[in-house]
Design a protein around this ligand. Sequence first.
Ligand code: 13P
Length: 252
Amino acid sequence: MTRRPLLAGNWKLHLGPGAARSLAAAIAAKVGDVAEVDVAVFPTALAVPAVVEALRGSMIGVGLQWASPHAQGAYTGTNSSVLAREVGCSWLLAGHSEVRRDLAEDDARVRSSVLGGLDAGLLPMVCLGESLEERRADRVEDVITRQLAALYDGLPADRAAVLTLAYEPLWAIGTGETATPDQAQAVHALIRGWLADRFPAFVAAETRVLYGGSVKPSNAAELLAQPDIDGALVGGASLDAESFAAIVNAAR
Ligand code: 13P
């Protein structure tokens, strides 16, 4: 089967509601009606309602950057998938390396957040990736398979098939240094092979594995041309409507 490309913009802690609404509208004007690929953006939680409103009627989905596994309750300072769904999100980002680094997120919490997202009816997009030290120590496979095992352990195939993965090598995030298409393809093939070994064939065949880490208009096409790269999770270049639209168009 052919997997439909998915291009996602992670706006991180940039843009309040006003600026996020303007960017969303500018992106929608350029690629809001594309039929051949899926597009999603992850604004800050505070800007989600404004972006949902700006994108109403377009094909572009909106997601939350992080969610507690709890639906609601005495969990001060957090957000939940249930509430994200209520304000119009369809996606949930989980396991981003910046959250792992800054908020002590670990594999177990990533998994619970993903399960909470699935229960709420969101589409989880889960980030995986190794640090530069781990790559230099030849530990890429160890790290990726550890993250995959923690995420998928005991998950039935029909739920596993709903997940999207994003391979984001830490050394390529915000550094301007991109994994080469061969380096990225090798890890994407490893991920798909891991899924194929553990689940019925449709899971590996349907799971979209995005690449993230300094994706820009100038390198998107060659990354997206790799057989196991099904899209991109874009940080910096997604903050500019023209650049993000160029990346979306590279996947069409
Ligand atoms: P950059 O595209 O800015 O390197 O960020 C990648 C990223 O972290 C997306 O989630």
